[in-house]
Design a protein around this ligand. Sequence first.
Ligand SMILES: Nc1ncnc2c1ncn2[C@@H]1O[C@H](COP(=O)(O)OP(=O)(O)O)[C@@H](O)[C@H]1O
Ligand SMILES: [Mg+2]
Length: 221
Amino acid sequence: MGYSSNLARAKEVPGEKTPVVEVERVIYPNLDRSIFEELKAGGIRKVLSYGPLELPNGVRVLGKGKTGIVVLTEDLKALKIRRADSPKETLEIEAKIQARAEGVAPKVFDFGRNFILMEYVSGRHISREDVDVLPKLVEKANELDSRGIQHDELVRPWKNVLRDEGGNVYILDYDDASIRPNPRNVTSVLTAFGLVDLAKEYSRVKDIKYVLERLGQFFHA
Ligand SMILES: Nc1ncnc2c1ncn2[C@@H]1O[C@H](COP(=O)(O)OP(=O)(O)O)[C@@H](O)[C@H]1O
Ligand SMILES: [Mg+2]
């Protein structure tokens, strides 16, 4: 019973039985009034207790990082709420860069000083074994490069890339991102997967087609 019911729970999708909680309960680590007031003004009073992580108060969330808590809303969007103890005073810059990364990042629906309301990605974090999505990830990284967005955390894609059932990849978390003349997202992704020589060649030739051809040769040989 125990093991199989745990498995079932792991696969559970949000539904009618998913607990609904007051948004106050996911303002973390302490109930900051200005965060609460802004969410309330934006019409967000309740969220779902759902996701792989549990806060100390028992509420489940999609994720937790150094600047935000990410929760699922009742209309199945992902809501990143600024942590009350975040070193960043606002999420607005991050949200604007994320919006510029549309098609690569989860789509941004709304944002404010203390929140980003975005597309929910039902998927899992990638690992070093996920070489089947590497060509797609390299294309997305190239898209960021061509839009002048330096993500800055793609040397650790395991923390910031989700893949869904269909094999689509999404690059998350523009907290450290900036607009720059020569972004190095492709180079970072290749380096993370241990393809250091290919990363170096790419830095020299700057030809994404060449990289994709080489990846095809490596993994379908
Ligand atoms: N749109 C989303 N859909 C599903 N899960 C998400 C989404 N955005 C973030 N998450 C989850 O929340 C975690 C923390 O989000 P992130 O933006 O990295 O916060 P931080 O800036 O605090 O590091 C992510 O690693 C991911 O697991
Ligand atoms: Mg993060």
